[in-house]
Every structure is written in structure tokens, then in C-alpha cells.
Design a protein around this ligand. Structure first.
Ligand code: FEO
Ligand code: CA
Ligand code: CA
Ligand code: CA
Length: 683
């Protein structure tokens, strides 16, 4: 594994520049500048009280079009796309889906799943028979959504409204019965907690960027399109909801990822917008068009960049919703920064503040941490409602020596870095810094990553982070030299050549002093995904790099680690996204390994999904006697989504009929897995 020297350490330059401007005294308290005297990095105690290994027989590789689990386990579909949330509604009729219907039915392409005990309690000690489930709906694609569509431009305006409304979040009640958990329909909207949040739902912008000029301009355009929205709210809802997290006060955090796909341009954006260097950089970074029109005549007007060039500023945030209170409008927590956010996993610091970890899932983007200014109040959940509006955002820098630091994204430091780089669009205020957090992070020398997805800390029973944090890096198809935290495996046939990271890897980060509020950490490669049984290289399409993971782990091979969750026995459960693009003989799956194991750790395959689906949102019921996963986009096939879309317009059927079987159109679905004997999952 060759490593090259990291880029020059920009902090010294920033420090020198700021001191020249006579700001040394006022910056003495900045975490960024106090690193030299920070405490030595410290390995925290191993997580998990019990350290009980899993005891099931691993599932063999399979391309079966179903959810395959070990002997002794059973699988149930809890809810699937298009299923009604309310009584008296007809079963899913995909051909007839409208926006109004989709606003009362489970959304498309479910991703993150989060369970909340009913009633709420802290610390959790739930053994009851009622839960609330929050599910994210990550993306909407006409190819997979409308069976009757025969050409890409055949979609109507009404269908496009339904398409947008299939994204967002679903909240629904679950009840326990003899074979796990089932959904409970409410009598009608408003009668219980079941509801949909879509890109049309009115939301509140909160925190330092709430009144940023881009947000205000875009908000006005959205209000014009949905004029019935209440004063002070912006009817842009939430979309492209990938992973997320939960707070100890019982709210759901949902992260907006690939929102750029839903903006289009009927013509060039106005000249002032195109000439704004900050907006141009934003468009390039996130991938939305300000010129070279890409018209989509049926798309909602507020998503047209020709008339609303600042629309994308309304997305890329972390959204907080209260599943217990349907009347509380969703909050966009701008203090957490804007990016293609994958997750928002939380941990209490040793002094009781809340840390929120997130990855930006685009190749060569970064890992972030937010730490609140105020402390969590365990006695009064409502007292925590604005905790996420005030705090410090950090971005990770990994050193080649296995140490690292959290760089504080402050206005002074970011502008000092911008000046050094000759960056044309300095940050005007804290809100501007948060809208353009990616630019600030890059300028300040954050470490580019191989698509960080879930970033999750190990907690104790009181939600306090113990220090270890795992980071799933899915892959990076761009060839590059190895760099800190982005390992590359050399091709023996051409060892000097740069490589892609096709199989991905998992990093372990240990916060200094075992405190998630720390500003330093140590890190190591926890796992190189790939094939543990072969030292050879596989080249496909002339593009692929090395897939050997020999020496990193033993057991079941896999690629593309995405979401993860921990059990209370010291194991991590890892779900994959597009592993079958590397290892075609097995669909995406869930694998388990011990967090504490050292050396080549044993990896066991627990579950394999249906054809062409990624597995998302792994999570346990509070008593760990049920395991939930989201099956996303079954039927896209063992090819990239684009290849399937092209095939579809030539008349190809989806490659899956999950979960309904027969000739049914595939639907994303939430699955509940239990042991037939009612025991704890993995026991
Ligand atoms: Fe939506 Fe990053 O996977
Ligand atoms: Ca996905
Ligand atoms: Ca994901
Ligand atoms: Ca993914």
C-alpha cells in the first residue's frame, strides 16, 4: 500500500496569516489553533459490554430474487412503496399514483430506518409492543416508478408531481405480534402519528443560514409555487433523504444527499447568478446546471434554475422531525452545514453536549462532526428542541501516521484559508460559511475520502459516545494515489500505477480521551472490503483495480460497505450498496463482524437481498429480537442504474419482482427479520 505525503499543512499558513492581521489574541481560543498543545491521542476502552460473537450459519452467496436469511430466521414485509398509511384506502396501484395519493402512501426507495419507543423514555428501557418507524425515501426515478411509461419524455406533469412526492420521509406506527412487528394504519390523516413528509411539505429553516440571501430568494420562489403554505414556512419539504440519525430526545434526523438531480433548467440562469463565483462553485461542486439548459417541461416550476437559480440552497441540509408530534414543522438545521449528507449519527460528549457525525457521500468529499454549544437535558425532551441551532462544525483531517484532528470551520479560519488560496468568493458570515461548508472544508485542508457513508459512534446505555467511531467508505472509482484514510491496493502487474478503490473500506476513528467532543483522534483501517481468499487482481472493463482483501479479514467476501449499526454485544452489522458490481455472484447483503477483533477479523454474511437492490437502514428493535432493513430499488439489476434505464426504454422488464413475486413490478420495502424461536438476533 503506497502512501504519498499529504498536502502541506495549511493550519500553519492560516495561523501565520491571522497573526499578521493582528488577530492572534482573539483567536487564542480557537480549537484550530490550539492543536499543538492538544492532549495526546488515546485509545478508548473496547466497546460493548458482552462481546458475544454471532452464532448463525452464514448465508451462501446467491442471486436469488428474495431476502435470504440464515436457518432458523424468518422474514416479513412490513410495508412497501405505495402501501397506504391509512385505513379504507385501496392497495398499491402504481399505474394510478398521483401526488395526493403518494402523500398518503409509503414512499419510494426507502433508505434509513429509525425506531422510536412508544411512549418516549430516556434512557431507553423499552420492552413494550408499540414503536414508531421513520423511513427515508432517497430518490425517485421515472423508469422504476411508472410501469406504463414507454419513453423517458412520456411522463406527465401530474406524474412528475407524484414522482417528487414519493421522496421525503414516512412515519408509521408498528405493533408487535407473534412473528415480529407489523404496521398499524391510522383511521385517517391526523388521527395518529402516521404521515408523509415530501418535497412539498412546509418546513422551518433554523440556525445561522436561515436568512442567507440564497435561502430567502429560493424560499420566495417555492412559496410562490405553493402559496397556501403558512407564513414563515418554506414549502420545500425535504428530498433525496439518504441516511440520518436519532437524537436522545426522540427526534429523527434525515440527511439530504443527491438533491441536484431534481433541478433542471429551461434556459440559462440570469447573468448575475451565472457570474456569481460562489454560486458557480456551488453548481460545479453539487452538479446542477446554471447554463447549458436541460429542460424538463413537466417538472415543478420552483425547481427550474432559469427562474430560481438559488433553489439548490434549500437542500443538502440535515432535517429534524419529531415523530411524536406531527404538528411540529420539520426543521432544517443549518448549523450542521450543507453538503451531500449521508447520515447524522449522534453521541453525547463526556460533558453532556451532542456530537453529530456525518459523511459527504461524493468521491473526494469529507467527514464532518458538529458539537452543540449547550448540553442535552435528559429530564425534559422539549427543552432540547433548538439544541442543534447553536454549535461548532468540524471537518476531519487524517494524518498518515494514524492521528487526526477535527478542523473547526470558523469564519476567520475559512477566510484566512480562502485568502491563501486566492479563492474569489470569501465567506460573508457564519450562515454563508454553512451554506458553502464544502468549499470551506476543502480550503482548510480536510482529507478527501472514498465516499464516506455511515459515520457512527459506539454509545453506552445513556447515549454517551465511548470514543470509537466507524466510517464506511463505499468506494472511489476515480484512480488516485493512496492517501491517508483512502488506502489503495497495488496491482502486482503494474505496481506503480494509480488505482481506484473499487471495493471500499471501513475506518475506525478513536476520539481522544474516549470523548466525542474531542478535537483530536487516532485512526486505523478497520477493514478492507474485497475478497479475503485471493491475492489476485480482477480487472473488468479495463477500469477496475485491486479487489484482494487478503490479510484484512476472513470469511465472506463483499464490497461497497454503506450503512451500519451496532448491537449491544460488540458487533457491527454492515449493509452493502452495489457489491454485485464487483462480485456478481451475490446480491447486496448484510455482514457482521466483531468491533473488538484484531488481525484478520471474521466476517459472516447474515442476509442477502433480492436482485438489483441495495440494502439500507439496518437497525434493531430495542430488545434486539427483531432486525429491520430497507430493500431499496429491487430490479435495477446487476448493472448501473443508467444501463438499466436504457434497457427499460428498449422494453426490458425489471430484473426483480420483489416483494410480490410472479410478474409483479418491483417495490422497495421494509423487512423485519426475527428468529423463529423468538431469541435475540445473532444469538
Ligand atoms: Fe444515498 Fe450515500 O447513499
Ligand atoms: Ca441508494
Ligand atoms: Ca447510503
Ligand atoms: Ca450508497
Amino acid at each position: 500500500m503506497d502512501e504519498i505525503a499529504p498536502p502541506p499543512h495549511i493550519q500553519d499558513l492560516i495561523s501565520a496569516r491571522l497573526s499578521r492581521r493582528g488577530l492572534v489574541a482573539s483567536l487564542a481560543s480557537l480549537p484550530l489553533l490550539s492543536l499543538a498543545s492538544a492532549c495526546a491521542a488515546h485509545k478508548s476502552p473496547p466497546p460493548g459490554a458482552a462481546n458475544a460473537p454471532v452464532s448463525f450459519s452464514p448465508v451462501a452467496r446467491t442471486n436469488a430474487d428474495t431476502v435470504t436469511v440464515p436457518a432458523g430466521y424468518q422474514v416479513r414485509t412490513v410495508i412497501a412503496w405505495g402501501d397506504p398509511l391509512f385505513e379504507g384506502m385501496a392497495p398499491a396501484d402504481l399505474a394510478g399514483l398521483t401526488r395526493a395519493e403518494q402523500e398518503k402512501r409509503f414512499g419510494q426507495n426507502n433508505d434509513m430506518l429509525a425506531l422510536f419507543a412508544l411512549p418516549f423514555g430516556f434512557p431507553a428501557s423499552h420492552q413494550g409492543d408499540d414503536l414508531l418507524l421513520c423511513a427515508n425515501h432517497e430518490y425517485a426515478d421515472a423508469t422504476m416508478m411508472f410501469p406504463q411509461l414507454t419513453k423517458p419524455d412520456g411522463i406527465s406533469a401530474a406524474q412528475t408531481q407524484a414522482l417528487y412526492a414519493s421522496m421525503g420521509i414516512s412515519v408509521l406506527a408498528l405493533a408487535r405480534d407473534g412473528a415480529g412487528w407489523r404496521m398499524v394504519r391510522d383511521a385517517n390523516p391526523g388521527a395518529g402519528k402516521n404521515r408523509r413528509i415530501t418535497p412539498f411539505t412546509p418546513v422551518v429553516f433554523a440556525g445561522p443560514a436561515a436568512r442567507h440571501e440564497w435561502v430567502l430568494a429560493a424560499g420566495a420562489a417555492f412559496r410562490a409555487a405553493e402559496p397556501e403554505a403558512k407564513e414563515g414556512l418554506i414549502p420545500c419539504g425535504t428530498m433525496a433523504n439518504c441516511a440520518g440519525g436519532q437524537t436522545p430526545w426522540g427526534t429523527f434526523l434525515s440527511a439530504e444527499e443527491n438533491f441536484n438531480f431534481y433541478f433542471h433548467a429551461s434556459g440559462d440562469a440570469p447573468e448575475a447568478a451565472r457570474k456569481d463565483p460562489a454560486l458557480s462553485a456551488d453548481a460545479k461542486s453539487f452538479g446542477y446546471p446554471l447554463q447549458r439548459p436541460q429542460p424538463r417541461p413537466t417538472a415543478p416550476a420552483q425547481y427550474d434554475l432559469a427562474s430560481n437559480p438559488h433553489g439548490p440552497a434549500l437542500y443538502g441540509w440535515t432535517v429534524e422531525i419529531d415523530p411524536y408530534d406531527p404538528d411540529w414543522a420539520p426543521r432544517k438545521r443549518t448549523a450542521l452545514g450543507r453538503r451531500k449528507a449521508e447520515c447524522a449519527n449522534t453521541a453525547l460528549t463526556r460533558d453532556g453536549r451532542l456530537a453529530v457525525y456525518s459523511g459527504d457521500d461524493q468521491a473526494d468529499e469529507f467527514v464532518y462532526k458538529f458539537v452543540s454549544s449547550k448540553k442535552f437535558d435528559p429530564q425534559n425532551r422539549l427543552a432540547n428542541r433548538d439544541l442543534l441551532d447553536d454549535g461548532q462544525l468540524y471537518v476531519a483531517r487524517f494524518s498518515p501516521e494514524g492521528e487526526g484532528e477535527w478542523l473547526a470551520l470558523t469564519l476567520a479560519s475559512a477566510n484566512a484559508a480562502a485568502a491563501i488560496a486566492g479563492y474569489r468568493a470569501p465567506f460573508r458570515d457564519e450562515g454563508d460559511l454553512l451554506v458553502r461548508a464544502r468549499e470551506a472544508a476543502r480550503l482548510m485542508g480536510a482529507t478527501p475520502m472514498d465516499r464516506p457513508e455511515d459515520v457512527e459512534a459506539i454509545l453506552d446505555g445513556d447515549w454517551v459516545g465511548q470514543g470509537p467511531v466507524l466510517i464506511n467508505c463505499t468506494n472511489n472509482r476515480v484512480r488516485a494515489q493512496a492517501s491517508p484514510a483512502s488506502p489503495r491496493r497495488a496491482d502486482p502487474a503494474d505496481p506503480g500505477k494509480t488505482q481506484a478503490n473499487l471495493t471500499g473500506h471501513v475506518l475506525r476513528l478513536d476520539e481522544a480521551g474516549g470523548d466525542c467532543g474531542a478535537m483530536r483522534f487516532t485512526w486505523d483501517v478497520f477493514l478492507l472490503a474485497g475478497d479475503p481468499d485471493t491475492p489476485t487482481i480482477t480487472i473488468r472493463d479495463g477500469k477496475l483495480g485491486a479487489v484482494s482483501a487478503m490479510g484484512s479479514f476472513s470469511g465472506d467476501r463483499f464490497a461497497a460497505p454503506d450503512n451500519l449499526c451496532f448491537d449491544r454485544s460488540g458487533n457491527v452489522w454492515i449493509a452493502t450498496d452495489n457489491s454485485d458490481a464487483v462480485f456478481a455472484d451475490c446480491n447486496d447483503s448484510v455482514l457482521v463482524t466483531s468491533v473488538q477483533a484484531t488481525g484478520p477479523r471474521s466476517v459472516k454474511r447474515f442476509l442477502v437481498g433480492p436482485v438489483g437492490a441495495e440494502i439500507c437502514g439496518p437497525t434493531f428493535a430495542p430488545d434486539e429480537r427483531a432486525f429491520f432493513v430497507a430493500i431499496q430499488h429491487p430490479g435495477e439489476g446487476n448493472v448501473t442504474g443508467q444501463e438499466f434505464r436504457d434497457a427499460r426504454w428498449r422494453g426490458a422488464a425489471p430484473f426483480s419482482h420483489f416483494p410480490d413475486g410472479g410478474a409483479a413490478w418491483p417495490r422497495s420495502a421494509v423487512m423485519c427479520i426475527t428468529k423463529a424461536d423468538g431469541g435475540r438476533i445473532g444469538s
